[in-house]
Design a protein around this ligand. Structure first.
Ligand code: FAD
Length: 536
């Protein structure tokens, strides 16, 4: 097959125009073309009066070898790469040490799935409940303010990304095309086929729930085992080698191959690792607020008269501003047509995040507006000092919100003018259970307030109306990425604990669903190869 990149056509082009473009790029006639499929479709809306679609197309034609030779100087015409996934190992028949995977978020799911596909029958443990039960607990918390600390937005089957926008793109280097396997597996589990070709695929919460169940079923069918409400409270380490673990119910499991994919919110697990002497370091992350605007006004500014076009969907944005005080402020986890959600996993703390459904049909656009911070900003030198800072901010938000899990909130105009908010404006906040209007200017360190107060007007120059007086801020946004890094070596094992595979976002090796899933594949491969070496 031949892959053609950078085919640019108007938003309202016809199928025939696309075909003509293929023929003219390859300089072939209609009867030479056998078939073509869209590998990727994106759009360029930098000029909203003239939005164009950008295609990458895979073409089957007569005489492909000759055509590739003829177009060898054209960067946009290349042989389609082989993106199929190849397993690196197969479990030995006398497998004597079943691998264990801790955490069933995107990373743990893919460690478990790939190990199961290679025949390793993994034992997978998650502290939370299976996804339907977890959904009841999570939505229940948003309605009734009763938090289950083991079953919530952060913990339980599917991991942190389950109640999310389900954005599936990543900018990580993926030379081995693992991302393609992830997307294919998601489609097999019920994701819409379009995730295979749209440039910014997303799934939305309800579809994710069904997919997670199907992936669990597949792992079990392949001989894997998944245990919920099974929190890992201790690791057994002898002479620098992992030998097993203890669950919260006292049960012990022996294994010399344990993947730790526990996400960025497993603070008790970080503490346990630290006490056990597993090497961890404090790492940078970001803090700030959620901002909400009406989605229709964002669509109008970014898409002009094309707002509402189904190919474009609800508009998203990505913003960054480098501030005079040396800090950077950026938008993060933008959820078009979504809602702001209560994302704490600890009692008496308030954390915001965002989610949406596949339709992205809710009234508001939300994103985190966050400031990058470094370990030198943390309260002390401990590897866990970032966790301490997160807790301080989340506790302060709980108090400022009225101590009932309402989020403290402020109108953007008031935040910029340093005065508390008293009445809501045109943008109705979507955070449940509710918000308390207050003054957010004191909650973050001064350098963050300065930076955000400088960045929002700067963002307004890129998206007119971004600094709208009535836009809403809710806080605090602290779980942007892991505050620690659990260091691993080239063999993917902890640098001081052999057989322990720190993985995914919690270990500092991923940020988002796709990169966590891709890291999961890498870890599964490393575990399989190491098991085979030891099993001989
Ligand atoms: P997690 O998904 O955090 O999974 C960790 C799992 O480990 C959890 O299931 C937890 O219960 C379990 N666990 C923790 N400690 C233990 C223990 N001691 N014993 C047993 N089990 C344990 N990313 C995107 O790419 N796109 C989005 O649209 C998006 N939206 C998001 C919206 C929200 C509300 C949130 C919270 C996150 C969102 N993210 C999004 C981020 C994304 O969810 C994470 O990057 C991703 O889930 C990380 O995957 P992971 O498998 O490394 O960890």
């Amino acid at each position: 097959m031949i892959r053609i990149t950078n085919i640019k056509l108007p938003l309202d082009h016809t199928e025939n125009q696309l075909q003509q473009e293929i023929l003219s790029t390859l300089k072939i006639s209609q009867n030479q073309l056998i078939d073509f499929t869209i590998f990727r479709r994106g759009f360029d809306a930098r000029n909203n009066k003239n939005i164009s679609l950008l295609y990458t197309i895979d073409v089957t034609s007569k005489n492909e070898v000759g055509l590739l030779k003829k177009h060898s100087k054209n960067q946009n015409v290349r042989a389609t790469p082989d993106m199929s996934y190849k397993y690196v190992a197969q479990a030995p028949e006398n497998l004597n040490d079943r691998p264990v995977v801790v955490g069933f978020g995107p990373c743990g799911i893919f460690i478990g799935l790939v190990l199961a596909e290679m025949g390793y029958k993994p034992i997978i443990l998650d502290r939370g409940k299976e996804v339907r039960e977890r959904t009841k607990d999570t939505f229940g918390f948003w309605r009734t303010r009763t938090l289950n600390t083991e079953s919530n937005v952060q913990f339980g089957e599917g991991g942190a990304g389950t109640f999310s926008d389900g954005k599936l793109w990543t900018q990580i280097n993926d030379k081995k095309h693992y991302g393609r396997k992830v997307l294919n597996d998601f489609v097999d589990a019920g994701a819409p086929e379009e995730i295979l070709y749209v440039s910014k695929p997303h799934i939305g919460t309800f579809k994710l729930v069904g997919m997670v169940e199907k992936m669990r079923a597949k792992i079990i069918e392949l001989g894997g085992e998944i245990r919920f409400s099974s929190r890992v409270d201790d690791l057994h380490i002898t002479d620098g080698q992992i030998t097993g673990l203890t669950l919260s119910n006292g049960q012990q499991i022996n294994s010399k191959h344990i993947a730790l994919a526990t996400g960025h919110s497993a603070r008790d697990t970080f503490e346990m690792l630290y006490k056990k002497g597993v090497y961890i370091e404090a790492k940078p992350f970001s803090i700030g607020f959620r901002i909400e605007h009406n989605q229709s006004s964002i669509d109008e500014v970014l898409f002009g008269k094309n707002a509402g076009n189904p190919i474009l969907g609800a508009a998203d944005y990505k913003l960054v501003h480098h501030c005079k005080n040396g800090r950077s402020v950026y938008s993060f986890c933008m959820c078009p047509g979504g809602t702001v959600v209560a994302a704490t996993s600890e009692e008496n703390r308030v954390v915001t995040n965002g989610m949406s459904q596949y339709s992205r049909n809710e009234r508001n656009a939300n994103s985190a507006i966050v400031v990058g911070i470094e370990p030198s900003d943390y309260p002390d030198d401990s590897p866990l000092a970032g966790v301490e800072l997160q807790r301080q901010l989340e506790t302060a938000a709980y108090h400022l919100g009225g101590e009932n899990y309402d989020a403290p909130a402020q109108l953007v105009g008031d935040y910029l003018d340093n005065k508390p908010s008293a009445i809501l404006g045109k943008v109705e906040p979507s955070y449940k259970p509710g918000v308390k209007l207050t003054d957010l200017t004191q909650i973050l360190p001064d350098y963050c307030r300065e930076a955000i107060q400088e960045a929002i007007p700067a963002f307004n120059k890129k998206i007119r109306g971004f600094a709208l007086k009535d836009a809403m801020l809710t806080g605090v946004e602290t779980r942007t990425s892991s505050p620690v890094s659990i260091k691993r070596g080239a063999d993917y094992q902890s640098i001081n604990t052999k057989g322990l595979y720190p993985a995914g976002e919690g270990a500092g090796y991923a940020g988002g669903i796709m990169s966590a899933a891709i890291d999961g594949i890498r870890i599964a491969e490393a575990m399989a190869l190491a098991i085979n070496e030891k099993n001989e």
